[in-house]
Design a protein around this ligand. Structure first.
Ligand SMILES: Nc1ncnc2c1ncn2[C@@H]1O[C@H](COP(=O)(O)OP(=O)(O)O)[C@@H](O)[C@H]1O
Ligand SMILES: [Mg+2]
Ligand SMILES: [Zn+2]
Length: 510
């Protein structure tokens, strides 16, 4: 008899329903899997056979055909071991189909019949829910994330044997639940705080502006001046994650296999800090078994590229479009995948090769041409995505030795949230635009108009400081954010002057 068991696959960050159809017929013993399986799926045969035997179940010595429908999408990974074995048990009459067809099954099997965790359980359970399935059997290690999906009953099972016992009515599986509201509120905690950063008032102000308008920024300062320390604290002043943003972040980590067993929901903004030796694919995502890259793992949070000039040209190049679009698109043979990457980029660099150009305590040993060459590595397209250049001078010893009474992240964040609220209203008619950094040229014209005096100042800044054309709209966008932070409708001279300060690289070197 033919049985049909429900399971799920992954395409990008979303699940799609897979029907596992199993047919057992008389003839030479064989086991074929059709429906675009990859190597891992084909290997299911061996695991399923062993698992069934080792759980004391009867493996049918007949002609077995398994079809994974729909047949036109490639099925990757070992997700289907469990639904295939359930299909075999039903088709061979060892389990009755009634009741089983209400469940979704996910899980890899070990040779002894234990259930092993799968990646992407969260998006797959979300998909099940969309298709009206409200019972899921999966490995215990995937239970925490799956239980976040409201209205779906999650039954973790340790082994194939436990599942059989459940359906025979011998020993029912226990439902696993989490208290979502409680969890979401409890975990909203950052382990670092701006109050720990002594001095650095102007760098902190610049980061507040960056956070308020969603502006990418570049920190420039000598080694040890506190660039990493500042960048790490940026997520703590960004607006609180909403529940749906938290779900998106958790989905990406689920797919990448980076959720630990006990984590149901990631409710803080991510901070990713890949080493400069990372490959282009590692940054942007993709690969033969597609995986989100660092830029997507930083979705709704911060991607920190320390020592920016050390990254390979390829790696920097590959990020340009995604930073612009907020998503990474990966072409596959049969499909196109997208991973979201609504990410704030924070880059850091020394001011020169030796690191001490402009430092008040140590002498720079670089020649002018060395400095030019060093800065030249980051010129061009990527720099075009960066709105603020923030100079981070080394803090003096007596400042460091003082007891800190600096403002904490919470207070800064409340100002950031107020400024974001203004932007939300401003852009309510524009879909996909949430912050000043995302404004198109036409929107800049509409929302950043200047008075006579302000226009004159901007013009003289261009003439006197030799600002480049690329600086123009960035200065206007950042001015808009600074005005929003002070709750003002019009961009004034003071707002503009501050924004011009944040273009130090244009000023000095290009
Ligand atoms: N403003 C500061 N307040 C407190 N500690 C600081 C400050 N600046 C630097 N430090 C200390 O110096 C260490 C090195 O700073 P770091 O952020 O790694 O510098 P950078 O990334 O610029 O090389 C930090 O871990 C911190 O302990
Ligand atoms: Mg550092
Ligand atoms: Zn130098």
């Amino acid at each position: 008899m033919i049985s049909r068991i429900k399971s799920c696959g992954l395409l990008g960050i979303d699940g799609f329903m897979v029907d596992v159809e199993t047919d057992i017929s008389n003839g030479m013993p064989a086991f074929d899997v059709v429906g675009l399986p990859d190597a891992a799926v084909r290997e299911s045969r061996e695991r399923v056979r062993s698992a069934m035997k080792n759980c004391g179940l009867n493996y049918p010595q007949k002609r077995i055909t398994v079809n994974l429908a729909p047949a036109n999408i490639k099925k990757a990974g070992p997700f289907y071991d469990l639904p295939i074995s359930i299909g075999l048990l039903v088709s061979s009459g060892q389990l009755a189909l009634a009741g089983i067809d209400e469940y979704l099954f996910l899980g890899e099997l070990s040779l002894t019949g234990e259930l092993r965790p799968v990646t992407g359980a969260l998006p797959m359970v979300m998909c099940a829910k969309e298709h009206g399935i409200n019972k899921v059997i999966l490995p215990p290690a995937n239970a925490s994330e799956a239980a976040v999906v409201d209205g779906v009953q999650i039954y973790p099972a340790r082994s194939l044997g436990e599942i059989v016992a459940h359906f025979m009515g011998n020993q029912l599986l226990e439902q696993f639940t989490v208290d979502i509201d409680n969890l979401f509120n409890l975990n909203e905690e950052y382990f670092v705080d701006f109050s720990e950063v002594k001095g650095q008032e102007s760098a902190k102000r610049a980061l507040e502006v960056a956070a308020a308008g969603g502006h990418n920024c570049l920190l420039i300062g000598s080694p040890g001046s506190g660039k990493t320390m500042l960048a790490q604290r940026l997520p703590s002043i960004l607006p609180r994650l909403t529940f749906s943003e938290a779900l998106e972040v958790t989905k990406l980590y689920s797919i990448a296999g980076l959720l630990d067993e006990d984590t149901s929901l990631l409710s803080t903004r991510p901070f990713r800090s890949p080493h400069h030796t990372i490959s282009a694919v590692g940054l942007s995502g993709g690969g033969s078994t597609p995986r989100p890259g660092e830029i997507s793992l930083a979705h709704n949070g911060v991607l920190f590229l320390d020592e920016l000039p050390e990254f390979s040209k390829d790696a920097l190049e590959v990020m340009r479009q995604p930073l612009e679009d907020g998503k990474v698109t990966i072409a596959r043979v049969n499909a196109t995948l997208t991973y979201p990457c609504n990410t704030m980029l924070v880059a850091a660099m020394n001011p020169c090769k030796c690191g001490f150009h402009g430092d008040s305590t140590r002498e720079c040993t670089c020649s002018e041409s060395q400095i030019r060459q060093y800065l030249g590595k980051i010129s061009g397209p990527l720099l075009d995505r960066i709105d603020l250049h923030v100079e981070v001078p080394a803090v003096k010893y007596n400042e460091l030795s003082k007891k800190s009474n600096a403002e904490g992240s919470k207070e800064i964040r409340s100002r950031v949230e107020a400024a974001r609220k203004i932007q939300q209203e401003r852009f309510s008619d524009y879909s996909g635009i949430y912050s000043n950094s995302q404004m198109t040229p036409a929107m800049v014209e509409r929302f950043c108009s200047l008075g006579e005096q302000e226009t004159a100042i901007l013009k003289s800044a261009f003439d006197n400081l030799g600002l480049s054309a690329r600086a123009h709209n960035r200065i206007l966008k950042v001015s808009r954010t600074i005005a929003d932070l002070s709750g003002e409708e019009n961009i004034t001279v003071a707002h503009l002057a501050e924004a011009i300060q944040y273009r130090s690289l244009d000023r000095k070197y290009w």
